[in-house]
Design a protein around this ligand. Structure first.
Ligand code: PA5
Length: 427
């Protein structure tokens, strides 16, 4: 559920009339999106994943690892954040612990590997291109650490990658179980493919329910923002950015959704930050950041949209009674009541000072709701990109950095690396 009440009359704000006018553009954008999906065009193809993803293939590729004590995902950006989002949101007490190795920090990597039970760890290596320096380097380090510990890494590794590239060659050479990155699906739109779902499958989560939630969100896409929650979010965010809300603070009120805010930040930044346009995503956590960021959101520069996200159903956790008079108001209440009260209070506090707020509510933090949320935000992002006229599915700045890094390490002749060398020689 997406509630736009908090953007009407805010500063910057959007009036009901302007949303109605914008709805004509939403209808046109929706036609474009539908045509892209019909033709399975690059990027738009991601919105077809609920109908196309092969869940049995995922389950059978990870079958050898379902008894793992730990799962280590080696990947970066869109090849890591989806899996991490699902793992952090859905983790149960008996699930294997999930770790992500994305950065190539020379202190962190060996320390993490030293802490893992390598003989009982499943390694999930993910790279669509199969050439990303961080992922491939980290994997080589992991592989060696396993070999040094007497563990046959070929028995503990599953790979998700595209049809060609170094990682595909490596998977073939060692006969590793492997999964495809579906055609036309950019990294940050791949959570509903094997890229995001392999770890969820190892953890034993209900992939069918994730897909069903996403399929419900897909079925809800229509040519009007007033009928489609995902488009309501994307269109309002776009309109607000045009009116000066160039920052979007994603603030879930649930620890389990903290990583979702990171996933959202990548989706929004890498897809929409083009041609001098875009909306800078920031991450906050309710209620923690009420004691930190909220002051700025309420009284700082008027360039923010705040997105408040919560599950409507959550565990209660009673607050014990106390005979201390000053605390008696808490007794009989629950931590869930308190967090919900904080959510409402933050919305009201921001509204009172005219800061635009969009409230997003999901039914609970379960497979179905997450599938719907992730798909809905992808559709919102695609719609925003259409309205803004940017190239949502490319990431030239990211690719520039990748080529520069490879070139600097001697991995080929890249003009980007030469540009870096020229600039550093000027210092
Ligand atoms: O969204 C994207 O395209 C990027 O964030 C990629 O996912 C990231 O750079 C990793 O790329 P790859 O999967 O090719 O290793």
């Amino acid at each position: 559920h997406v509630d736009l009440g908090g953007v009407l009359g805010a500063t910057p704000g959007v009036s009901r009339d302007s949303l109605e006018r914008l709805d004509e553009q939403v209808a046109t954008a929706h036609e474009r999106i539908a045509a892209g999906r019909d033709d399975h065009e690059r990027g738009y193809a991601a919105l077809n994943l609920p109908a196309r993803v092969d869940l049995d293939a995922i389950r059978s590729a990870v079958a050898p690892f379902t008894d793992a004590e730990a799962v280590l995902t080696v990947g970066i950006g869109g090849s890591a954040l989806g899996a991490a989002t699902l793992a952090d949101a859905l983790a149960g007490p008996d699930d294997p612990d999930v770790y992500v190795l994305d950065n190539v920090d020379p202190e962190h990597v060996p320390r993490l590997l030293d802490s893992l039970p390598l003989e009982r760890t499943a390694v999930n290596v993910v790279s669509k291109s199969g050439t990303t320096a961080e992922t491939l380097s980290n994997f080589l380090v992991v592989r060696e650490a396993m070999a040094d510990a007497g563990v046959d890494w070929t028995e503990r590794t599953v790979v998700t990658t595209g049809e060609s590239g170094n990682l595909r060659a490596l998977a073939d050479a060692h006969d590793l179980p492997s999964l495809p990155v579906p055609d036309g699906v950019p990294g940050r739109f791949s959570v509903l493919s094997p890229v995001g779902l392999a770890v969820a499958a190892i953890q034993g989560h209900d992939l069918d329910a994730i897909r069903a939630g996403a399929a419900e969100a897909a079925d809800s896409l229509s040519g009007s923002l007033f009928e489609t929650p995902a488009y309501a979010y994307g269109a309002a965010a776009y309109a607000l950015a045009n009116r000066g809300a160039t920052t979007n603070a994603m603030m879930p009120y649930a620890e389990r959704l903290e990583t979702f805010a990171e996933w959202f930040a990548q989706l929004w930044a890498e897809s929409l930050g083009k041609d001098g346009l875009g909306q800078t995503p920031t991450r906050a956590l309710g209620a923690t950041d009420q004691h930190s960021q909220l002051q700025l959101y309420r009284a700082g520069p008027r360039e923010k949209l705040v997105t408040l996200l919560r599950p409507t159903d959550r565990p209660a956790c009673p607050i014990p009674e106390t005979d201390l008079e000053g605390l008696s108001y808490l007794g009989g209440s629950t931590l869930g009541d308190l967090l919900d009260a904080e959510f409402d209070a933050t919305g009201a506090s921001l509204a009172a000072s005219g800061v635009p707020v969009i409230r997003v509510e999901i039914d609970g933090i379960d497979e179905r709701s997450l599938g719907a949320l992730l798909y809905g935000m992808e559709a919102a992002c695609v719609l925003y990109g259409e309205l803004a006229g940017v190239s949502t599915f490319t990431q030239p700045a990211v690719e520039w950095g990748k080529r520069a890094a490879r070139g600097l390490l001697g991995g080929g002749e890249f003009e980007e690396a030469e540009a870096v060398e020229e600039r550093t020689s000027l210092r």
